[in-house]
Design a protein around this ligand. Sequence first.
Ligand code: GDP
Ligand code: MG
Length: 441
Amino acid sequence: LGGSISRALQQMSNATIIDEKVLNDCLNEITRALLQADVQFKLVRDMQTNIKKIVNLDDLAAGHNKRRIIQQAIFNELCKMLDPGKPSFTPKKGKTSIVMFVGLQGSGKTTTCTKYAYYHQKKGWKPALVCADTFRAGAFDQLKQNATKAKIPFYGSYMESDPVKIAAEGVERFKKENCDLIIVDTSGRHKQEAALFEEMRQVSEATKPDLVIFVMDGSIGQAAFDQAQAFKKIVSVGAVIVTKMDGHAKGGGALSAVAATKSPVIFLGTGEHMDEFEVFDVKPFVSRLLGMGDWSGFMDKIHEVVPMDQQPELMQKLSEGHFTLRIMYEQFQNILKMGPMGQVLSMLPGFSAELMPKGHEKESQAKVKRYMTMMDSMTNEELDSTNPKLMNESRIMRIARGSGRQVRDVMEMLEEYKRLAKIWGKMKGLKIPKGGDMSAL
Ligand code: GDP
Ligand code: MG
């Protein structure tokens, strides 16, 4: 998605005369990209219509920064689509709230329940978990294990097969124990949907939740809308959590879930571990959806770890979009200086995943150092070149010999360079505002 949208915007900025055709071409391309990211067709069409209303062709023709205008319109429109207009019920510390989790099997409910409890526990709450999934064998064990790890009280049963009874009992018990956040995990099977929905209705009736959270796998695709709507019809869904955002999914389905439930997204799941859980923030989410990276996080990191006097220069280089081997070398230096790998550039999608996979920091550092040794054998011309054809066979052989490495090592390093250059290039021409607020563009 990111690629195509960047490309579409790029085409936009390259066009000298901006007219309706260019705008339409750009919108069509973005439409295709959003559909690929699992945004529902109807929503995409709505956005297209709105953008056409917002973007004033006369303004564009009058020579205002056309890319900025289009970019801002698209960004704002996507933000608006993620805002249902009213906040979800927010539990208050010290006051008993019951929160019920619903969603299909495998969507991440049990994992997310614990993350949600843990998140609040760290802030001084007294959460508790109730396992009302009697359908799946092992469901109680899974919750028990998670809860024990996080030292959160839990309730469930191996014997009782009535989820409604367990849910009611668990909620009663924890009310008495003065827990302020009673979380009810439910079952979610693939088949027997009518039975599932009836069960959800009954559990909801028995526990009277203050908030029902719909948990959605970020990669479910176009099915998101119907799924969310089906749950909304049975129980009063008031918030959405999108899981597995650490994978390939851009999470376009979140737009569908918001539209179908008229509820906001409140958290994102970003991994299997307890603390891989983020408060949902609409602007970085949309930036990511548009392939712009997590700007606010990225900018914060740059301010944090790049020496003050080098920041303007780095920004300048970023906006030019040229990524030379020397820039790569300098960035590697920055990365190594900071100690743990993957701090700065990991904020850019695609940059870190392969270069510095989580859990392999040592090997990654060794690899980066190896690359740098080879670059030490390069000439200034090679380091500063933006011509991809410059690195011919004889140069590669000379670098390999000079650094005591194999030709294939040099090739690998150059491949890595190409990959990073591509990502870097996406930032070309982007004016990066302070604080990463794209809407301020
Ligand atoms: P449930 O059937 O809805 O209760 O789903 P589970 O909580 O059992 O999760 C199903 C699978 O998804 C498990 O293997 C989880 O570890 C995994 N999972 C849940 N949330 C995330 C997430 O945010 N990222 C990743 N990578 N995996 C997740
Ligand atoms: Mg479960």
